[in-house]
Design a protein around this ligand. Structure first.
Ligand SMILES: [Zn+2]
Length: 265
């Protein structure tokens, strides 16, 4: 059984959000989680204090270290444009790309433009120039796409996309030369109040069931964990991720990244 774990980079710091609405939105969301009993008062205060902590919402080095230590051959998606809550600069994106590359991890684009081929190609070219990579793929921020997006991604030159969401373990398939690799589990979908808002225990049960099913049906399972949540300010997220890596390792899942999957076809 093969498992792909990937990390979308939506935030690299708190301060990049001083001029947008992400910080008040985040504290509003945390208040809802507190009132619903999803997080403790201690966690709520940690998040509040965290807003003034250098390196808060980054956690990139910590996650790279954790994945290396546990042989998680993950893929990181970095945005090279801004919209919908992504506000880090191209300069910061470049630093993150070089760090991830230096540590030997797989990289792709966290896509912003999904409707317009020129915008899609521009992000492709910017990432190619900054990363020095020739073959890479993409996942759209917020999994945004319309009926033409995948065609445009193929035309722009991406070798794979992993934006389609399927709770039914849908397997990879080609659209032209583009390999579409459906995503099966996403951290935010499990924990955010507007989606499932699960406890850690229920999230683990749900994930375990899907992993068991993948094992039984000999299918690839594709999971997303945002690097921002790899911190004690997000105990359910971090606890779930640590459990996931341990469980997959103990049950002999083979950790694969997207570029490795494409190369192996
Ligand atoms: Zn995103």
């Amino acid at each position: 059984m093969k498992i792909i774990i990937s990390h979308d980079i939506d935030h690299l710091s708190v301060k990049e959000h001083y001029h947008d609405l992400i910080i008040p939105k985040f504290m509003g969301l945390s208040s809802i989680e507190l009132l619903r009993g999803n997080i403790s008062l201690k966690t709520y205060i940690k998040r509040l204090v965290g807003l003034f902590r250098e390196n808060a919402w980054n956690n990139l080095r910590e996650l790279l270290e954790f994945d290396r230590e546990h042989n998680v051959n993950s893929t990181f998606f970095v945005a090279v444009a801004n919209d919908l809550g992504i506000s880090y600069s191209l300069n910061e994106a470049e630093k993150a790309i070089h760090l991830i590359k230096k540590r030997g991890f797989d990289l792709g684009v966290h896509g912003i433009e999904y409707k317009n081929i020129d915008g899609i190609s521009e992000e492709y070219n910017t990432f190619r120039r900054i990363s020095g990579l020739k073959k890479f793929g993409i996942r759209m921020h917020y999994l945004r796409k319309n009926e033409r997006t995948l065609d445009f991604l193929d035309k722009a030159g991406y070798v794979y996309d992993t934006t389609e969401f399927s709770e039914d373990l849908k397997q990879p398939y080609f659209i032209g030369n583009l390999l579409e690799i459906p995503l099966h589990i996403m951290d935010g979908y499990l924990f955010l109040p507007k989606y499932m808002g699960l406890s850690l225990e229920r999230a683990i049960n749900l994930t375990k069931n899907l992993l068991e099913r993948a094992k039984k049906e000999n299918k690839l399972i594709n999971i997303l964990f945002h690097q921002r949540y790899f911190s004690d300010e997000f105990p359910r997220y971090k606890g779930w991720y640590e459990w996931l890596v341990k469980y997959a390792t103990e049950n002999e899942f083979e950790f694969l990244n997207y570029s490795g999957l494409v190369r192996g076809l």
